[in-house]
Design a binder for this molecule. Structure first.
Ligand code: GTP
Ligand code: MG
Length: 174
């Protein structure tokens, strides 16, 4: 099928932020390669990957993804990656209240220092570990609603909601 004449080709810089171990690199790997790595190594500095998707209206979106390092020692580098980003994806682990606190920190940080028109998404990852859940879905919904963010729970392990996350972001781009 030929793309409609008004189909757009978008390109956007996306940054992933969140505590170490929440699954940022696994989300990217599942999105870009369709794989899960149970022995994923901590990210050093940041890593870059890109992936293009096509939305239902034939708009293509090229995501230029900066997967940042969550370890505290790298926190001073974060502004290098979120500055100029059109999209920020803030990730926490639904089994870790501490990682949810860190997500709240990132929301504030981006409101203070991110670009004013940045599209923000809040992601509760490791949704497959429902027996170990410690952060209720409602808490994620509330934080997202208060801050005008899109919210979704994902599993980088089962791939649940991974493509949906990026499609929903694509639909919200200006
Ligand atoms: P940093 O690079 O240090 O910031 O961590 P990260 O957020 O990139 O975490 P990473 O993707 O490396 O994942 C950390 C661990 O969580 C790995 O052992 C993964 O296998 C595991 N993991 C990631 N996503 C999921 C998930 O959705 N479900 C389950 N069960 N485990 C996951
Ligand atoms: Mg990583």
């Amino acid at each position: 099928n030929a793309a409609p004449a008004d189909a757009k080709n978008l390109r956007v810089k996306l940054v992933l932020l969140g505590d170490s171990g929440v699954g940022k690199s696994c989300i990217v790997l599942q999105f870009v390669r369709g794989q899960f790595d149970a022995t994923s190594k901590v990210t050093v500095g940041a890593s870059f990957l890109s992936q293009t998707i096509t939305l239902q209206d034939s708009t293509t979106v090229k995501f230029e993804i900066w997967d940042t390092a969550g370890q505290e020692r790298y926190s001073a580098l974060a502004p290098l990656y979120y500055r100029g980003a059109g999209v920020a994806v803030i990730v926490y682990d639904i089994t870790s209240p501490e990682s949810f606190k860190k997500a709240q920190y990132w929301v504030k940080e981006l409101q203070k220092h991110g670009s004013p028109d940045i599209v923000m998404a809040l992601v509760g990852n490791k949704a497959d570990l429902h027996e170990k859940r410690e952060v209720p879905t409602e808490d994620g919904i509330e934080l997202a609603e208060k801050n005008g963010m899109f919210f979704i729970e994902t599993s980088a392990k089962t791939a649940d909601n991974i493509n949906e996350l990026f499609e929903e972001i694509g639909k919200r781009l200006p």
